[in-house]
Design a protein around this ligand. Structure first.
Ligand SMILES: [Fe+2]
Length: 477
């Protein structure tokens, strides 16, 4: 079970029923008739032993919902640690820890871990276990919670454990993949310790999808996207207002942590223009800097800029997928870029960065996943101009498992850092970022696990940075 999207008086509580979780039918061996339903009891308590139950109720689920349960209790006390569990068919689930956010303008400190990219077959989920051991108040997952691929080799990264099934295409395929992931004890521990805020990236559907454009031409892509988004919603703790309609869902949203943090959770897949330069990595072409292009879409862009203007939070944190800061890659005497990241959509990047600057957002910090490595950067108004001011900060988390054991460095790193002086840190191990957020500072610890090809890796801090109130940019400690 899991919880997510906390507010001052509630959150969403999630579970899914199964008798044979990885059955190829995707329904976990449960009855598949449209009228087959089961009632699931839930309760929320003030204590781990459920001596003081604050709320209880019953939710109905069935085949139509993939036997998923999403419950949204309201009226719970603010800024409190709470426990929840489910009961169905004579079985009781383990207890999960969750919490409500502080109410109103309260500035209670927050411990938050964020991460991304958990390719099951490429590594053990030890980093999820280490996140659980941090006892965070909140976990952010910035995409690639699952991967769509079948059992196939990928570059030089070895397969360390088998993935079931072929590349996902049908609802049953996607549902079964989540069931296999959810059997992982480390992932379960990370869900059981704290509420999560999730956004998908590409691999919950298909590599590098952009709106209705799949990676390779595919007339069935709308049906595939519909199946993928439906299975995603069924298998993560999102609120009911995110439930897909056909092949669309409303993922982007704001979540406040009292007056301390305004989380702007973005969707950079569903409304983006197709990748420029033929989506060749890395590359450059005039389309890349075309002002009209974007990866948020017009509606989400104005929602975000309105959110900047209306924010009174101490910290505005953008929870999103792909790297925002410029990453110029020197190659054969030229500078080339990743067309799938914000570097492929420079016009909209400028509007977002200028938007928070003009709105005088007090402390904008961008949180990013996708690239399977840790990065930290000062966000500048003009990345090519060393004299231009630092107007924000970006923290990029490495992956849970994608990329295998990794390395401390890469042969090209020194050249990349020299070409991009606003980038302050890089590490190519797996891991997550632990943040401690107070009214005065954010402390970010870049945590790594030295290996994921065998169990029990410790978590180690490779670098720590402090961001100070009203002073954009990184200070290494
Ligand atoms: Fe990824």
């Amino acid at each position: 079970m899991a919880s997510g999207d906390p507010g001052p008086d509630g959150m969403v509580l999630w579970t899914r029923l199964a008798r044979d979780p990885v059955h190829p039918d995707g329904l976990g061996g449960m009855p598949g008739g449209p009228t087959d339903t089961i009632d699931v009891d839930w309760e929320v308590a003030a204590d781990q032993r459920f001596a003081e139950v604050l709320q209880r109720g019953t939710a109905r689920t069935g085949a139509e919902l993939g036997y998923a349960v999403h419950v949204e209790p309201v009226g719970l006390p603010a800024d409190r640690e709470l426990w929840y569990r489910f009961r169905a068919g004579g079985e009781v689930s383990p207890a999960g820890r969750t919490r409500t956010t502080p109410a109103g303008p309260a500035l209670s400190p927050l411990t938050m871990c964020f991460t991304s990219c958990a390719r099951y077959e490429q590594g053990l989920f030890t980093a999820y276990r280490r996140i659980a051991e941090e006892h965070p108040d909140l976990v952010l997952h910035l995409g690639d919670y699952t991967y769509e691929y079948g059992a196939q080799p990928s570059g030089s990264t070895p397969v360390v454990r088998p993935i079931l099934g072929d590349e996902e295409r049908t609802l049953a395929d996607y549902r079964r993949r989540y069931a296999q992931y959810h059997a992982d004890p480390d992932l379960r521990a990370a869900h059981a310790i704290a509420p999560w805020l999730l956004v998908y990236d590409d691999h919950e559907v298909e590599n590098n999808w952009a709106d209705m454009v799949p990676e390779k031409p595919d007339p069935d892509f709308p049906a595939r996207r519909e199946a993928a988004l439906r299975a995603y919603y069924e298998n993560v703790p999102l609120r009911a207002n995110a439930r897909p309609t056909g092949a669309s869902m409303r993922l982007y949203r704001r979540v406040a942590w009292g007056g301390l943090v305004n989380f702007h959770m973005l969707d950079t897949r569903q409304y983006r223009g197709d990748q420029p330069c033929g989506d060749k990595y890395p590359s450059d072409c005039p389309e890349r800097t075309d002002q009209a292009r974007g990866l948020l879409g017009a509606e989400q862009e104005s929602w975000l800029l309105d959110g900047f203007r209306g924010s009174t939070a101490r910290w505005d944190l953008l929870g999103q997928q792909v790297m925002l800061s410029q990453l110029a890659i020197p190659r054969d005497g030229a500078r080339v870029y990743n067309p799938d990241a914000w570097d492929g959509y420079v016009g909209q990047r400028d509007r977002v960065v200028n938007g928070w600057t003009e709105a005088k957002v007090r402390n904008p910090v961008v949180l990013t996943g996708d690239v399977h490595a840790h990065w930290a950067a000062d966000v500048k108004t003009r990345f090519d101009d060393p004299a231009s001011p630092v107007v924000g900060t970006e923290l990029v988390s490495s992956s849970i498992a994608s990329g295998g054991d990794g390395s401390e460095d890469r042969p090209e790193t020194a050249g990349v850092l020299k070409e991009n002086p606003h980038i302050r840190f890089f590490n190519n191990r797996r891991g997550y970022v632990r943040t401690r957020i107070t009214p005065e500072t954010i402390t970010a610890d870049f945590r790594v696990v030295p290996y994921v090809s065998r169990p029990d890796a410790p978590a180690e801090t490779r670098a720590s940075f402090v961001i100070e109130d009203r002073k954009a940019g990184l200070n290494r400690t």
